[in-house]
Ligand binder design. Structure first.
Ligand code: NI
Length: 176
């Protein structure tokens, strides 16, 4: 957060089947897997191009327990269209905003379109956690980090502070 590459609109990819794009996606996958994350956008590794990768949950309505079984999706030049106006808030974290989490409103149902690595079209309807991940990653391509989406800055916290156990300990200390 604070690096200019994360604040600007990333460029469209011209050729979705180039060696350069394959190398970029391989770098992104390395970074994502080392960090144990669920999604990553190219600007997060300093490349201002419209590419995101993410693990697709099998059950789009539920937060996955274990990402190791999930399929990695590469999405180039994505376009998101909300389905309906309903939004829900849930906690998000981001590899570009380490140590923090925030309560972020997102559309509950979306359609997303784009190209995969190689150029085949992708056209998917997604809901729940799947839809949230795609919205979070694609925001990176428009220079938007999730704290900009918060309605209430009191819902931005250090992950460890929000842990229910450490939170109750901190409150006890404050009372004493
Ligand atoms: Ni992020």
């Amino acid at each position: 957060m604070g690096n200019p590459v994360l604040d600007r609109r990333a460029a469209e990819v011209g050729d979705p089947d180039s060696l350069e794009l394959r190398a970029l996606v391989a770098d992104m996958r390395d970074t994502l897997d080392r960090a144990g994350g669920i999604g990553l956008a190219a600007p997060q590794i300093g490349v201002s191009q419209r590419v995101v990768i993410f693990y697709v949950p099998d059950d789009s309505e539920d937060r996955p327990e274990d990402i190791s079984d999930l399929t990695l999706r590469v999405l180039v030049n994505p376009v998101i269209t909300p389905i309906g106006k309903k939004q829900e808030e849930d906690w998000e974290a981001c590899l570009s905003v380490p140590g923090l989490q925030g309560l972020v409103p997102r559309y509950t149902r979306i359609r997303y379109q784009g190209l995969d690595l190689g150029g085949a079209p992708i056209d998917v309807e997604a809901a729940g956690f799947h839809a949230r991940v795609v919205q979070h990653e694609c925001d990176h391509l428009d220079g938007v980090l999730y704290p900009k989406r918060l309605k209430d800055l009191s819902k931005l916290s250090y992950v460890q502070e929000w842990d229910p156990i450490s939170r109750s300990a901190a409150e006890e200390e404050a009372v004493v």
